[in-house]
Design a protein around this ligand. Structure first.
Ligand code: NAD
Ligand code: LMR
Length: 337
């Protein structure tokens, strides 16, 4: 009797996890790259993922074969452009994470990546519009301030743009901010939440340190703000020509993907992440996309939080960010047209 009921409960658990998980195919485009590989590894550990489809112009089948041996419940498939690989990777995807494209070398700005990455993102958006128009799209490829508008405009052209489901991934900025502030204040980063708004490059990255509840001297404010805005450059310099942040980005990207999954298929309420999304906050100034904290719900972006109360120091930072963002967004829009 005991043995039978135990068997039943194992079978019931199995069938539950399979049917719940069937909803959640996650595709990673650029999966064989510096970010793509560790990001895919972290997603393989995610219980909300049933099928991980890994696409890259090279080497994705090898990455998939390797990650596919990990004994978690999701299946893993690898795809390259041959045999309709992009179509296979995208069809039925619920979440698509995109770290495809070249990274910076020392001396480059993120905008210097535009010429190569803009067309990569446009082409992937064209395929996404065709094969999985209702998915949630997480854009990591730089320059994010321009690639998000490119993705949106391409989806608009195909008549399938859903602003609730397009997220520029700015999670790494809040991950860094938490770590850097914790270091200065000798705190555990898990207790330090820093809201970062704006965009994802240099002066467009605006940390709202006045909202942390901590006190900072002017020197600390200047040093921390600069470090948060130019944290990416630290990694580019240290990697000395071999790339930019990959491991911390994989961590941040997996966190963002997990939050989207928890809110959209996990039924979790009140999930909040920062993200560069279509936003009205600076629309009057001609800035169509802006990153603030976003409340995620079953359909994606549910509520866009405002800036809240900000200091005079932060108002000045915003004043520098807005024109730069406007230029970056316009450049993306123009390219896609
Ligand atoms: N949003 C952020 O916070 C953030 C952080 C770090 C890096 N990035 C950006 O992420 C991108 C990737 O960085 P990386 O270090 O992984 O670079 P990488 O060169 O190591 O990997 C990029 C991968 O993209 C693939 N690729 C190129 N064209 C493709 C296409 N058309 N379709 C599918 N895959 C394609 C390449 O084959 C490669 O495997 C860069 O643009 C980088 O600047 C963004
Ligand atoms: O700095 C880069 O070019 C990569 C990324 O945007 C980062 O912030 O680390």
């Amino acid at each position: 009797m005991f043995a039978t009921s135990r068997l039943f409960s194992v079978a019931a658990k199995r069938s539950f996890s399979t049917s719940a998980a069937n909803l959640t195919k996650v595709a990673v485009l650029g999966a064989a790259g510096g970010i793509g590989q560790p990001l895919s590894l972290l997603l393989k550990e995610n219980p909300n993922v049933s099928h991980l489809s890994l696409y890259d112009i090279v080497n994705a089948p090898g990455v998939a074969a390797d990650i596919g041996h990990i004994n978690t419940n999701s299946k893993v498939t690898g795809h390259t452009p041959e045999n309709d690989g992009l179509k296979e990777a995208l069809t039925d995807a619920h979440v698509v994470v995109i770290p495809a494209g070249i990274p910076r070398k020392p001396g480059m700005t993120r905008d210097d990546l535009f010429n190569t990455n803009a067309s990569i993102v446009r082409d992937l958006a064209t395929a996404a519009a065709k094969y999985c128009p209702n998915a949630h799209f997480l854009i990591i490829s730089n320059p994010v301030n321009s690639t998000v508008p490119i993705f949106a405009e391409t989806m608009k052209k195909a008549g399938v743009f859903n602003p609730k489901r397009l997220y520029g991934v700015t999670t790494l900025d809040v991950v860094r901010a938490s770590r850097f502030v914790a270091e200065v204040k000798n705190l555990d980063p898990k207790d330090v939440k820093v809201t970062v708004v704006g965009g994802h490059s240099g002066v467009t990255i605006v940390p709202l340190l006045s909202q942390t509840g901590l006190e900072f001297t002017k020197e600390e404010l200047d040093a921390l703000t600069h470090r948060i805005q130019f944290g990416g450059d630290e990694v580019v310099q240290a990697k000395n020509g071999t790339g930019s942040a990959t491991l911390s980005m994989a961590y941040a990207g997996a966190r963002m993907a997990n939050s989207v999954l928890e809110a959209t298929v996990g039924g979790k309420k009140g999930v909040i992440e920062p993200s560069f999304v279509k936003s009205d906050i600076f629309a009057k100034e001609g800035v169509e996309y802006f990153s603030t904290n976003i409340e995620l719900g079953s359909e994606g972006v549910e509520k866009i939080h405002g800036l809240g109360e900000i200091s005079a120091y932060e108002k000045e930072l915003i004043a520098k960010a807005v024109p730069e963002l406007k230029t970056n967004i316009a450049k993306g829009n123009k390219f896609a047209q």
